[in-house]
Ligand binder design. Structure first.
Ligand code: KG4
Ligand code: ZN
Length: 354
């Protein structure tokens, strides 16, 4: 089924799966007309991580004004749009409910077709945006996609914009989760990923030898061993051996070295499995997405390895790696072209984590 109105008119995307309230208007499945992201980072930083109840309340307070701003910046009214796409999972249940309920209300009021988008598919779709250095096109597919976020570390084979096959996933912690936990152990604050990579800039990655865990005969990941190795190292270096491991007594250079060694090990693991997926499938195209894809070392290492292997490399700009609504609108565009809209049947429970 092809919904022509959706392909001609821009799609409004809504993202509220975690702690970013985001709304965007995207035309033709790639042209970013407007993108508004209201981050709750500063609120959750006080607690050292996302507090689900606070996150959903915050979405409730600001989603309407973020939507109005996105429409205003796009110089659009509801009648200019071809459809609405909203993340309906996986994510924090309360946060998802705010986005989905609002999208249903907008659908009921405007009659625009409405689709629910899987958050991981949305991350992958960021690579189609025209603001990417080298945007992915439908004709380029298949491609290998590494989705690395706070909740997921997945290697996928993307056959069509809406059709993918899982090649590998994490057996325990997600890569972003590991970065966040490392930042907590090193007393670097929240969100952990950017804090660890910033501290790592002054550090020596060879100062500590951390493991590069491998799950035999699969493309799966495991980060809990790396996290434990970091905790043990901090414990060993701390004068106080009991209680919660803390880097409070360590000097700045040691913390920087620990951050650099941790980052190098995590990035090595991600690069190794991604290039292995390219080799095993023979698909000479790799795209990355998700919050951890904003990591500079990961971007540089993958870009370099792809160049050496003659593999095309795609990565979204930083603001489209972390949670945003452009990616949701793009995924929604492709869904509206290929299937009936969900309209009021959207269900956040059916899209819960695997
Ligand atoms: O995709 P995202 O915004 O939200 C989820 O869907 O989870 O990803 C957030 C994750 C957090 O764990 C954060 O620490 C990590 O992405 N992250 C990074 C960097 N920027 C964000 N990890 C490593 N290096 C970064 N520069
Ligand atoms: Zn995400």
């Amino acid at each position: 089924m092809t919904c022509t109105s959706a392909s001609e008119k821009p799609i409004l995307g809504i993202e509220t799966s975690c702690d970013e309230t985001a709304v965007a208007v995207v035309a033709g499945g790639r042209r970013v007309v407007s993108s508004v992201i209201a981050s709750q980072e500063q609120i959750h930083a006080l607690f050292g991580g996302v507090v689900p109840e606070i996150a959903s309340r915050q979405h409730t307070e600001i989603l309407v004004s973020v939507t109005e701003q996105a429409l205003q910046e796009a110089s659009s009214t509801w009648s200019d749009l071809g459809g609405i796409a909203v993340t309906n999972g996986p994510g924090l249940i309360g946060s998802l409910l705010v986005g989905v309920s609002s999208a249903k209300a907008y659908h009921a009021a405007t009659g625009l077709p409405l689709v629910g988008v899987n958050h991981l598919q949305a991350h992958v779709s960021a690579n189609f945006a025209d603001v990417c250095d080298i945007p992915l096109h439908e004709a380029d597919l298949p491609a290998i996609c590494l989705v690395v976020s706070g909740g997921h570390t997945d290697l996928m084979l993307l056959r069509q914009p809406t059709q993918y096959e899982l090649l590998g996933m994490t057996r325990d912690d997600a890569a972003g989760e590991a970065f966040d936990k490392a930042a907590r152990v090193l007393d670097l604050g929240y969100p952990g990923g950017p804090a660890v990579s910033q501290a790592a800039e002054l550090g020596d990655p060879a100062a500590f030898a951390f493991p590069r865990p491998q799950v035999a005969d699969t493309l799966d990941f495991s980060f809990s061993g790396l996290k434990t190795a970091l905790i043990r190292q901090v414990q060993q270096l701390s004068p106080q051996k009991q209680g919660r491991p803390s880097a409070k007594h360590l000097d700045r250079q040691t913390v920087a070295d620990l951050a650099a060694a941790f980052q190098a090990a995590a990035v090595d693991t991600l690069v190794r499995n991604s290039m292995e997926a390219v080799k095993q499938t023979g698909v000479a195209r790799l795209a990355i997405s998700g919050g951890v894809a904003a990591n500079q070392l990961l971007r540089e290492r993958l870009s370099h390895q792809c160049k050496l292997a003659g593999v095309a490399f795609h990565c979204p700009p930083l603001e489209l790696c972390t949670d945003n609504a452009v990616m949701v609108a793009i995924a929604g565009y492709h869904m509206l072209r290929t299937r009936e809209p969900d309209n009021l049947n959207l269900d956040v429970f059916s899209a819960m984590p695997r």
